[in-house]
Design a protein around this ligand. Sequence first.
Ligand code: CP
Ligand code: NVA
Length: 324
Amino acid sequence: MPVNMRGKSLLTVEQLTKEEMEYLLDLSATLKAKKKAGIKGNLLEGKNIALLFEKPSTRTRCAFVVACIDEGAHPEYLGKDDIQLGKKETVADTARVLGRMFDGIEFRGFKQETVETLAKYAGVPVWNGLTDYSHPTQILADFLTIKEHFGHLKGIKLTYMGDARNNMGNSLMLGCAVMGMHFVAGAPKALWPENSVVEKAKEIANNTGAVIELIEDPKAAVKDSDVIYTDVWASMGEESKLQERIEQLKPYQVNMDLIRATGKEDVIFLHCLPAIHNYDTDMSKNYGAMEVTDEVFESKYSKVFDQAENRMHTIKAVMVATLA
Ligand code: CP
Ligand code: NVA
């Protein structure tokens, strides 16, 4: 059956079928080639797009803005102090107002429930630009980068090192499940994804042939991996946990020893960014490297800036697929 995503929201990774994910990745590649050829687009001409951010963002915000303008849409940034969302007005009411004025709504924030409520009431497509639970547009950029590098996703073994219970741990595990890949979380048990999420991934994996593993030993986790992925040890909103996480996650830092422990010379390193590879987030305290060393971050294995660029091409594909 041909894929038709018009009018749909993108709220989680696991809502996507394999066919929808493939369609979005193919469309991303087409739109990327079009941009590289210098062709100005009009696929989103006349569309107004609301960008709601409760949390800060560099890549996601800029990707939405540039993607809109490339294809003729108007983006409107609405930060947490700009609108009443959930404070003086219910999320449902804000959703109904924005839905009368905008053609699509991006939301980044804390609760998954907020983006689900927006989608329920807005009457226009809503896209999750990151919640505590999920980061679906990031997964599209990650998979496009892997596809560009290896030519395929099937058979790829991706190991995610670090805080496996955060939005990236959940999303990579579920994304690999959908695409029939081999996912490993290399993390201490205390930071494994919630049981219900693991169960969901395994259920999807049963139908796609994916393999889902949770492994405590860092070297055993990365063995034979094609992709080593990591993320910050304390996500947005969890900064107070940083000291505790440093203790828990030090053995899971992605350094050259760990890259060598894959046993693969063509392994690639990915990170959703921002990354703490040589300084603290607020630049005031120098902790040194955290989840990844400078040596790996700057090495030939690292594809993190290809990946960051791909945020824009994939987000553009999501808007085009659901609106155009
Ligand atoms: N990867 C990512 O979502 O980056 P931003 O927080 O800068 O949007
Ligand atoms: N887990 C990180 C991802 C940032 C893109 C966070 O939520 O802060």
